[in-house]
Design a protein around this ligand. Structure first.
Ligand code: NAP
Ligand code: MG
Length: 398
């Protein structure tokens, strides 16, 4: 059998711990036998980030802008314990944060659904994709604990010296204050990524804020989305028969559980943080989620939504066979291969990505799965296997 050829490389960002082991297994067992894989390889493993003073992370993000599609393995975000464990020169920043700052995007997360793991919400028949704005609001706030009586004001001094003031509250006693911001650039990029993703995946787009209460802050989000939709996206949406739907955040929450799914739900940063955990756990688990960073620069970075599965890795180092669920990492690869195929007009490559995804789903639906999933699966044919056995079953189904 001749292997599928590639014309443009994928940017390959290798990572850490258990997912680094899964990464190699996926390539060796599921991709290299079928595809003449071309990648530009960046080792984002913590050791190499430390050796290169984290330059490798920046280089990998710039390569993504150059080539258009990246696939990323989970990576350690160092804390004090990791600095000691890996003898680090410094506590390097989160690679995802560094990459997002360069690519400036929105993260889309979609549950991978199978017919023997039922969502907790019985109405849900199709996946719901969460699109989370990843900049500003409460995540970049300023706070003060008010000790006693006094006046709190919001003050903005323009570059030309003009001062705008707004009274927040006249405190009669102790209390708390919070200041937060966002930028028109970031909100516009967020909106563009969402509209483009809806077009790419031919799904309706929902967006919700609390604009009735927050008449300037949240209302600006609403206006930016609506203006952009009217000016740049309306025709394309109508052509594809998909809808842009805006509503209040509380109304959205009430409606989401009554719908059958199959749409994208765009959320402000905090709403997205809370709602993506709710949606993913109600659908199954983080090891059954796809995650892609879509940049307004028109480039894509695919990854798994979970971390490096540290506890499994330590057991692996003690000699235990890998037992982790590789599905999210496999889907990072298939997502990237399918997108590469689409951009390059390489139908064989796209079809291979789709075939591998189908084989994974078929394997799980036939009852063969790793232990994490078996815990929540229904049916009397469930067979719990380790990672290697899971790969063998997938290969048989391919
Ligand atoms: P984690 O990797 O998400 O794993 C937490 C637990 O979830 C595991 O111990 C395991 O539970 C379960 N789990 C997650 N993925 C699984 C899979 N594929 N198959 C089976 N079970 C799975 O979080 P962590 O171990 O606490 O974090 C390790 C490192 O990941 C940290 O250094 C953190 O910085 C990093 N991290 C990276 C990313 C990223 O690169 N995108 C995201 C989050 C965290 P059981 O032990 O009960 O089996
Ligand atoms: Mg969270």
């Amino acid at each position: 059998m001749s292997k599928i050829q590639m014309s443009v490389p994928l940017v390959e960002m290798d990572g850490d711990e258990m997912t680094r082991i899964l990464w190699k297994m996926i390539k060796d067992e599921l991709i290299l036998p079928y595809v003449d894989l071309k990648t530009e390889y960046y080792d984002l493993g913590l050791e190499n980030r430390n050796n290169t003073d984290d330059k490798v992370t920046v280089d990998s993000a710039n390569a993504t802008i150059k080539y258009g599609v990246a696939v990323k393995c989970a990576t350690i975000t160092p804390n004090a314990a990791r600095v000691k464990e890996y003898n680090l020169k410094e506590m390097w920043k989160s690679p995802n944060g560094t990459i997002r700052a360069i690519l400036d995007g929105t993260v889309f997360r979609t549950p991978i659904t199978v017919n023997n793991v039922k969502p907790c919400v019985s109405n849900w028949k199709k996946p719901i994709t969460l699109a989370r704005h990843a900049y500003g609001d409460v995540y970049k706030n300023a706070e003060i604990k008010v000790p006693g009586p006094g006046v709190a004001k919001l003050v903005f001094t323009a570059a030309d010296g003009t001062v705008t003031e707004e009274l927040i509250h006249e405190f009669k006693g102790p209390g708390i204050i919070q200041g937060m911001h966002n930028t028109l650039d970031s909100i516009t990029n967020f909106a563009k990524s969402c509209f483009n993703f809806a077009i790419d995946t031919k799904q309706d787009l929902w967006f919700a804020t609390k604009d009735t209460i927050s008449k300037k802050y949240d209302h600006t989000f609403k206006d930016v989305f609506q203006d952009l939709y009217d000016k740049e996206y309306k025709n394309k949406f109508e052509e594809l028969g998909i809808k842009y739907f805006y509503t209040l955040i509380d109304d959205a929450v009430a409606r989401v559980v009554k719908e059958e799914g199959g749409f994208i739900w765009a959320c402000k940063n905090y709403d997205g943080d809370v709602m993506s955990d709710m949606v993913s756990s109600a659908f199954g688990s983080l090891s059954m989620m796809t995650s892609v960073l879509v940049s307004p620069k028109g480039v894509y970075e695919y990854e798994a939504a979970h971390g490096t599965i540290q506890r499994h890795y330590y057991r692996y180092l003690e000699g235990e066979e890998p037992k982790s669920n590789p599905v999210a990492t496999i889907f990072a690869w298939t997502g990237a291969l399918k997108k590469r195929g689409e951009l390059d007009g390489n139908k064989e490559l796209s079809e291979f990505g789709g075939r591998l995804e189908k084989a994974v789903i078929k394997t799980i639906e036939s009852g063969v799965m790793t232990a994490d999933l078996a815990r929540s699966a229904v049916g009397d044919n469930i067979k719990t296997v380790n990672t290697k056995q899971f790969f063998d079953a997938i290969k048989a189904n391919m």
